[in-house]
Design a binder for this molecule. Structure first.
Ligand code: SF4
Length: 439
């Protein structure tokens, strides 16, 4: 279905959950710019919140998230107190401006904290930031989804949830340090639906150690049977130099580039064959799901959480390492939980690294987002002609169609989407090797 051109995929490229990407953040941009951006939010602007809980009950070996073990109660409660401080600080800077439309809890695993602590945290956000009526989503680890969580999610009116599944194959679960029996996942799905979760996502992975085509196939069959509204099928990125916990994964057991490519193609074929609509290059959604509708109507966006139907241009990140995005600025909070606590405890915003987005970066960001979300980007003739040379290898092989003012991904070009987008990335003229392969 997809032609394989390894030379076009060998250069590591970012996932482009923002542009410029986190690799361009510097400590020249921090709390002062963050304060200015918060204070410049228009009165009636739609705002989304992201709340980072950097703890998990068990740490998976493949994980690339900023998270640690939630095995010391004192550490978690000190962090939650710091979150309270930050909510209060942000509220002061907002001064009542902005309308909070969405609240996303991610991590880590938000359900690594006590259910009662979650209720208190949400209550604090709703009260201090006037966020009643916001749509609430949460990332959940089925392994720490204790009974009382279901009632809490229902009472808190959480309507979207994402379950970390990755694979259903027991031998691969062992090889990646994440063991969760299928029965546990089935139980979580049934009870989340009963608790009012309207949109349920599964995170799955290909490119895992010892993963054979039949293993991926079996996981996809189970996923389709359980009928989540959305499925994200990510390629595992093995970067042990950056992520020491990945050293426990046997690199010799990882599939090669060609096998990864075939796994991605197989996943795409199977999920679309089962009735899921492709959303961007690695998400799938049932046709009735708002994300599938947004993709069909050209309203799909990309932010730090991946593909989204969230139209807001303003995302405020709360918690250690959380990233806030404004039209002209991206800023990331202090990553280390201890230092984050000290900053907000001293009544200071926690922004430590970031990047301003001049107009040149903003149009590049728009083009990259349009390519990844809509499969087509438009720009001025001058900009298009400057990009033509970099795009030529993709055009010559029938993967994209270049017009005088536009570039369009052809169906065969979907797995090359990130590589094509990187032609508009002024920071990626030579790769630094800190990103994953394009498939
Ligand atoms: S549960 Fe999720 S966030 Fe936590 S360690 Fe595993 S993959 Fe990472």
């Amino acid at each position: 279905m997809w032609p394989y051109h390894p030379d076009l995929l060998e250069r590591p490229v970012p996932r482009y959950t923002s542009y410029p990407t986190a690799a361009e953040f510097s400590d020249m941009v921090g709390a002062a710019a963050q304060a200015e951006a918060l204070e410049a939010i228009p009165q009636d602007a739609d705002v989304s919140l992201y709340v980072h809980i950097p703890y998990c009950r068990e740490i998976c070996w493949y994980c690339g998230c900023n998270t640690g073990a939630a095995n010391r109660g004192g550490r978690v409660s000190a962090y939650l107190e710091a979150l309270d401080d930050e909510i209060h600080l942000v509220s002061r800077h907002l001064g009542g401006r902005g309308r909070i439309r969405r609240i996303a809890f991610g991590g880590g695993s938000p359900n690594a904290i006590a259910p009662l602590a979650f209720v208190r945290l949400l209550d604090r956000i709703v009260t201090e930031l006037d966020a009643g009526g916001a749509e609430i989503s949460i990332e959940l680890d089925p392994r720490s989804l204790d009974d009382c969580w279901f009632g809490v999610l229902r009472d808190a009116r959480v309507t979207r949830a994402s379950l970390g599944i990755q694979t259903c194959a027991p031998h691969i679960q062992q090889a990646i340090g994440r063991v969760q029996p299928l029965a546990m996942i089935e139980d979580a799905v049934v009870r989340l639906r009963a608790a009012g979760i309207e949109s349920l996502n599964f995170d799955l992975m290909y490119g895992l150690p010892h993963q054979q085509p039949a293993d991926l196939d079996a996981t996809l069959v189970e996923a389709v049977r359980l009928a989540p509204d959305r499925i994200a099928l990510f390629g595992y990125a093995h970067l042990p130099a950056l992520l020491p916990r990945q050293r426990r994964i046997n690199a010799d057991a990882l599939p090669g580039h060609r096998q990864r490519f075939e796994q991605a193609a197989h996943g795409h074929r199977m999920l679309t064959g089962a009735g899921y609509r492709p959303v961007g290059f690695d998400h799938f959604a049932l046709p009735r799901d708002p994300m599938a509708v947004a993709a069909l109507q050209g309203r799909l966006h990309r932010n730090f959480q991946g593909f989204t139907d969230d139209p807001s241009e303003i995302l405020i990140g709360l918690g250690a390492s959380a990233i806030s995005q404004f039209p002209g600025l991206i800023v990331q909070n202090e990553k280390m939980a201890g230092r984050y606590r000290m900053l907000v405890g001293a009544d200071q915003l926690a922004g430590r690294r970031g990047v301003e987005r001049p107009e040149d970066d903003r149009w590049r960001g728009r083009v990259i987002e349009q390519l990844l979300c809509q499969g087509e980007a438009r720009m001025s003739q001058a900009r298009m002609s400057r990009a033509r040379h970099a795009l030529a290898p993709f055009a010559d092989r029938g993967l994209i169609l270049c017009g005088p003012t536009s570039v369009r991904l052809l169906p065969a070009g979907l797995p090359y989407a990130r590589a094509v987008a990187s032609c508009f990335d002024r920071y990626r003229s030579c790769s630094t090797g800190q990103f994953s392969h394009a498939v």
